[in-house]
Design a protein around this ligand. Structure first.
Ligand code: TYM
Length: 333
């Protein structure tokens, strides 16, 4: 059955292995099922919920588009665009924010993490960010949304918003309630320096993540320095309990090799970490190096990237402007 896929990535620099294995790799697989219609968005409106340097932001928007293409998203097959070029996203976000309840947003754990101790100083945009995310998805009647585990709660909120809108305006099934697509074993890639912390763009230590722009030398160095423990690799999955670093590295390896965790455990059955790290470095280099080279090549052609985003936004706007017109009609404008 064909699916309507929508997903987004923030252009905040340092796109990393977690973004790739948790989300972008899945985007490519979904796109390659020809019957699916896919839309991938560089969510620049989301990026400004925290302060951005305008010149860096422009650069990061192009870099995110380049990353999509370098990872295998084909602009001839999928729509690639940036959110700020399609005004319906902002309009829908406002209307949906009037449907959403403060109590719902107060439960969002990502806001609590991102705002930190001083919530009073966080931007209003950071707080209402999941409503904009709902607008992104609902404007395109997306049936499925591929994301990493950290976006699960935002998708549940999106479903609640859609249902409440349909209810409030007596328009059953008008906003399509989307299904999350979360890769079971690889939905949460952890830091290379701390197996209980998510791999993240904002970690001050570059050694905590493999960036999609890293070259072979950097990858080897980061794997070498990745935290492990003193035991050999496990014999069985249950031996991974309380060994978050070993588990994370084995998960990364499994995802890169397109095999499940159990297969990797069997492959390295009680071997030592140095043998495993060699194989992990190989697998990482094999996947990441071509991506990183392609990103660099694409970044030399800003005109090409701008054209892709412009053409994508024209296509996206066609869909979104029709939907926002219907939304406004229902609201009574
Ligand atoms: P963002 O830009 O933080 O992350 C992009 C995608 O990468 C996934 N991800 C991870 N997956 C596994 N392990 C990790 N360590 C890891 N870190 C990040 C995220 O789950 C995400 O899928 N709010 C979204 C962007 C967004 C969006 C949307 C997504 C805006 N509108 C509509 C889907 C649909 C975000 O900030 O993702």
């Amino acid at each position: 059955m064909s699916k309507k896929i929508f997903s987004g990535v923030q252009p905040t620099g340092n796109l990393h292995l977690g973004n790739y294995l948790g989300a972008i790799k899945n985007f490519v697989e979904l796109q390659n099922k020809k019957e699916n219609q896919c839309i991938f968005c560089v969510v620049d409106l989301h990026a400004i919920t925290v302060k951005q340097d305008p010149r860096e932001l422009k650069k990061n928007i192009r870099e995110t588009a380049a990353t999509f293409i370098a990872c295998g998203i084909d602009p001839a097959q999928s729509i690639i665009f940036n959110q700020s070029m399609v005004s319906a996203h902002s309009e829908a976000a406002w209307i949906l924010s009037c449907v959403s309840r403060i109590g719902w947003l107060n439960r969002m754990t990502q806001f609590k993490e991102k705002a930190g101790k001083d919530k009073e100083k966080a931007s209003i945009g950071l707080y209402s960010y999941p409503v904009l995310m709902a607008a992104d998805i609902l404007l395109y009647d997306a049936s499925h949304v591929p994301v990493g585990d950290d976006q699960k709660q935002h998708l549940e909120l999106c479903r609640d918003i859609a249902q409440k809108f349909n209810n409030d305006f007596t328009a059953p099934d008008f906003l399509k309630v989307p299904e999350p697509l979360i890769q079971k074993q690889f939905s949460r890639i952890m830091s290379l320096k701390d197996g209980i912390k998510k791999m993240s763009k904002s970690d001050p230590s570059d050694l905590s993540r493999i960036n999609l722009t890293d070259n072979k030398e950097k990858i080897l160095n980061k794997v070498k320095k990745a935290k492990t423990d003193t035991l050999p690799l496990p014999k069985e999955a249950k031996d991974l309990a309380n060994r978050p670093e070993a588990e994370n590295l084995l998960r990364i390896y499994s995802s890169l090799k397109n095999q499940n965790l159990e297969n990797s455990i069997n492959e390295f059955n009680e071997k030592n970490f140095s043998t495993f790290k060699e194989k992990l470095s190989e697998a990482l280099t094999e996947t990441i190096e071509p991506i990183s080279k392609e990103i660099k090549k694409l970044l030399n052609d800003e005109k090409y990237l701008d054209t892709i985003l412009l053409e994508g936004s024209v296509k996206a706007d066609k869909i979104a402007s029709k939907k926002i017109k219907e939304i406004k009609e229902l609201v009574g404008f």
